[in-house]
Design a binder for this molecule. Structure first.
Ligand SMILES: [Fe+2]
Length: 298
């Protein structure tokens, strides 16, 4: 049985790495360090990075990095992917070194999203110190946060994560942008892996040009969220959804755009779940209050 422990990191592609550095330090409040080939590491805990920016031709999401416990778990995951007919590529030494892990492989899901699989992160355990005074980010066993990916081939993509990689369903939402009865309903599955975070991955049944609906970073309290909101306004980052509280993971958050054209949810108070006692459900509302996503289209 394959067990993915957590979302270890995400990778963004950028045509303007200095813009990312400014956004990371001054708006998100992460520390930064130079990465190989002109890239950038965003440090939010004792690891080298939880978000990497690679220099490229486009401003978009590049990859989701999943981690397993050790070399045996890594071999088991690769074997399961191979058995399922997924084409898995071993990363080059340079790619492996850039992600600071022992072994690294990558594959694409049926919707075309790139996923990286690794074990044994390498770090000097240097303390996280925010340039703007953010106290901490919530990571540890819960991983870096969560990512929401486009999944046009919805059933096949979910089958890969559920049947092959062992993800569980946390809950379901069905989205429509208009009241038009002819608009097809788009499913969103919120899913978890081997840790208590309510969801590490959500799959959204629609295409997204930047390759990601949003990623989420979690901080310890409302004041950290409010201060980030102030910094967003001060530095002219674009608000993508107003402050609100989600029904499913109880996260209080707002959304802003990143320099790689996907949104970032900045929140606190996310639910941790005992999966043995969890009952999957479908919610007909995204949020208890707030989270007006229409501001992102203005
Ligand atoms: Fe989210």
């Amino acid at each position: 049985m394959v067990k993915i422990d957590a979302l270890a990191y995400v990778v963004a592609e950028s045509t303007d790495v200095p813009k990312w550095k400014h956004f990371a330090e001054q708006v998100l409040g992460t520390a930064t360090a130079e990465a190989p080939d002109g890239g950038l590491y965003l440090k939010i805990d004792e690891r080298r990075f939880r978000l990497a920016v690679v220099k490229g031709k486009e401003d978009r999401y590049f990859a989701s990095g999943w981690e397993v416990a050790n070399g045996d778990a890594y071999a088991a995951a690769l074997a399961a992917l191979n058995k399922a007919g997924v084409e898995v590529r071993t990363a080059s030494d340079a790619e492996r070194a850039a992600r600071c892990v022992q072994e690294l492989a990558w594959f694409k899901d049926p919707s075309g999203n790139r996923h990286e699989l690794s074990w044994g992160h390498i770090t000097d355990f240097a303390r996280f110190t925010s340039p703007v005074g953010v106290e901490a980010f919530i990571t540890g066993e819960q991983g870096m946060g969560h990512t929401v990916l486009p999944a046009v081939q919805f059933d096949q993509t979910w089958a890969l994560f559920h049947d092959v990689l062992g993800f569980g369903l946390s809950d379901i939402f069905r989205h429509k942008f208009t009241p038009d009865p002819n608009e097809p309903v788009k499913r969103i599955y919120f899913t978890h892996c081997g840790n208590p975070r309510h969801h590490s991955l959500a799959l959204f049944e629609m295409p997204i040009p930047s390759g990601c609906v949003h990623i989420m970073l979690e901080v310890p309290g409302m004041d950290e969220v409010g201060r980030a909101y102030d910094r967003m306004l001060k530095h002219g980052a674009k608000l993508m959804a107003t402050l609100g509280r989600h029904v499913n993971d109880r996260m209080t958050s707002f959304y802003m755009n990143t320099p790689s054209n996907f949104a970032l949810e900045y929140g606190y108070g996310g639910l941790t779940v005992d999966w043995d006692k969890h009952q999957a459900f479908e919610s007909s509302a995204v949020s208890l209050w707030g989270h007006d996503f229409s501001v992102g289209f203005k």
